[in-house]
Design a protein around this ligand. Structure first.
Ligand code: ATP
Length: 207
């Protein structure tokens, strides 16, 4: 099956594009969702994270306060690396497992959402990289409105991530998310058609 790795910086529009692909019935594996589940399950990963960061990152109900955790890691590179060391090997493993489960799917292609693809040391199998790219000013505006974070907090996160240029060098396809949602929908639709036709020609070669 054709595998598309979808990436982009904070607030670039990854989840919005992911939902548009999902609306076409395309299976999605989202590494952010896997991370969220790992931190909320009663998993070894959750325990390891609390051991490292201390009880200060938990809420009264014992759940990890993800917004506190996010503030902590974007203020401190060492802590950011520590969380990545705890989470990333398991996220990688689970992604591969979910991909295996899609092997017999009838879908023409699938999308793996990997926000930190350009930064990751782990190899994620894929045929094409799709970058969702937005001007930094829009990333700041959209992410701060959505998260009720300050623009300075978002700027800090942008500075900690790969640059737009670094991401552009690994991209096969780019969606410039610099217009309204109608325009974004049209761009995703065009790519959906392209991926369906790539998948069909791949199947022809293999048959
Ligand atoms: P994060 O990295 O923080 O998870 P993301 O890349 O998944 O962010 P989204 O959540 O898809 O980004 O988008 C951020 C916000 O911007 C959302 O509230 C979304 O509805 C809005 N948004 C995305 N694209 C557009 C657009 N073209 N026009 C208007 N609003 C948009």
């Amino acid at each position: 099956m054709l595998v598309i790795a979808l990436t982009g910086g904070i607030g670039s529009g990854k989840s919005t594009v992911e939902n548009l692909f999902r609306s076409y019935g395309i299976p999605i594996i989202d590494t952010d969702v896997i991370a969220r589940e790992l931190l909320s399950d009663n998993s070894a990963i959750k325990k390891e994270t609390i051991n490292y960061f201390g009880q200060e990152i938990t809420q009264e109900n014992g759940e990890i306060d993800r917004s506190k955790l996010r503030t902590l890691i974007f203020d401190d590179e060492q802590k950011r690396n520590a969380l990545q060391t705890i989470l990333h090997p398991v996220i990688h493993q689970q992604t591969l497992r979910q991909l295996e489960q899609l092997e017999n799917s009838d879908a023409p292609y699938c999308v793996i959402v990997i926000p930190l693809l350009a930064e990751s040391n782990h190899k994620y199998p894929h045929h094409r990289v799709l970058l969702i790219d937005s001007p930094e000013s829009l990333q700041i505006k959209r992410a701060s409105t959505r998260d009720r974070s300050t623009p300075d907090q978002i700027k800090k996160i942008i500075a900690s991530q790969a640059s737009r240029k670094q991401r552009q060098t690994i991209a096969d396809d780019v969606i410039e998310n610099d217009g309204d949602l109608t325009l974004l929908r049209q761009k995703v639709n065009r790519l959906h058609e392209k991926y369906c036709s790539l998948s069909a020609s791949e199947q022809e070669v293999n048959s």
